[in-house]
Design a binder for this molecule. Sequence first.
Ligand code: BES
Ligand code: ZN
Ligand code: ZN
Length: 500
Amino acid sequence: MLKITFAKSPAATLKTAIIPVYKEGKLSESAKSHKTLITHTIENHPNFKGKLGQTLVITMGEKNDFDHIILLGLDDPKKLNAIKAQEAGGKLFVALKSLGTTAAGLLIEEDAKVKDLSTTDLAANIAYGLKLRSYTYLKYKAKPKKPAPEFKSFSIISAQSTTTKKTYSALESIAEGVFTARDLVNAPPNDLYPESYAKFIQNELKPLGVSVEIIDEKKMAKLGMEAILAVGKGSERQPRMVVMKWNGAKTSSGKSSEAPIALVGKGVTFDTGGISLKPGAGMDEMKMDMGGSAAVIGTMKALALGKVEKDVVAIVGLAENMPSHNAYRPGDIIGSLSGKTIEVLNTDAEGRLVLADCLTHIQQKFKPKYIIDLATLTGAMMVALGHEYCGTFVNDSKLWKDMDKASDHTGEKLWRMPLDKVFKNDMVSNVADLQNLAKSGRLAGACTAAGFLEHFIENDTPWAHMDIAGTAWRKSDQPTAPKYGTGFGVRLLTQLITEG
Ligand code: BES
Ligand code: ZN
Ligand code: ZN
């Protein structure tokens, strides 16, 4: 695991130094101590333009302090912000890794050319991006006999090392949450199923001071959670609901007065589609259908590690959607915790059923200030927005404003989608209260799915539904995330809850 350290001057053992430069070879303050060498090198490498995250390696002769100096492009210093710094850090990680570097240090000095970011924030965010990009999932790989040299240590060398360390350590808590979410999404469905997942949550979060309650299938039946039970019926592995509480708000009486913030996550550990079976090609990827729950778990971890002073409750609905002689069928009419009956028209529209019971339970139990649910809910969301934006349905303008701000701050992009009575009414059945497929068919599938969920929101509670079908899983590397599980949502939710 990559360790990030902070110092005022480079250790004598440091052999690789990283020095920032700007676009068109403009020098940063840190570059000035090697001005002639750097200017000369840049002149001889016309392809190096100092673009964001672009690197250029200078091999130093003997008698130098460093073996290598690596120039790191930061583009226009006037336009630098935290997200760009993270992107540069992510790209730097890839460059260092491909060079086989085991230890490197970033030399960074106060620079008036950087307008909107303090040196501390710039350095901490470069380190944060580097850390986020360094994630690997090797749990199921045999240990190589001759392991390649590992990139183990990255140091930030600056006069402000103490404050930088402080800023970075808050970001590192969030990175830990992101990594947990990625681990969960990447986990194979034969090992991650409702029962094992619930135990994992307990083991992971309890020691951090989060209270964890596991509701098993018997308790669910007693409570009347017929919707999530129907989804899980076809599987040998019975569903679980996990209720978490983080009481971070501090009041003089020890008890907080404000209603808690509520998070809900879809945790379908594998979605075959059930009797409405999905096509075989690419079905393996449906192990990511618990991405919403993973983001919720990752956020709870980040909040607890960061000791965030807010009260947050969270519920994840865990079920495996399988076809079998026990499975629920198209045509079935099932109940739900809310009391509403649902005509099942397609067993592959299971996420909304799982969420329905989670949403009802969290409202009945906690009367939250607002609710945010996250779910890999519809293929239609991906058709609409692809992989870059998370479609977000919100019934409250203040909540949307806060989410939009958290999105700008973290770079996890949201796009507001419409909630409309038309979509809501489209989910009303002729024979039951609701149906799980829209009467109008496939068009606006992400919106009608949100319309279904809206039936379970009581008393106009502020609520947002984030359909992360396109953003939870990537098939190619991103600047601050290697391919597969992205951990999307953890950064945004942690920011929103911390600041909101
Ligand atoms: N888990 C899927 C949605 C999904 C698809 C997530 C692709 C990520 C990538 C969900 O349960 C599902 O199957 N939805 C159906 C709904 C339809 C039957 C109304 C869909 O999108 O096709
Ligand atoms: Zn499905
Ligand atoms: Zn699903």
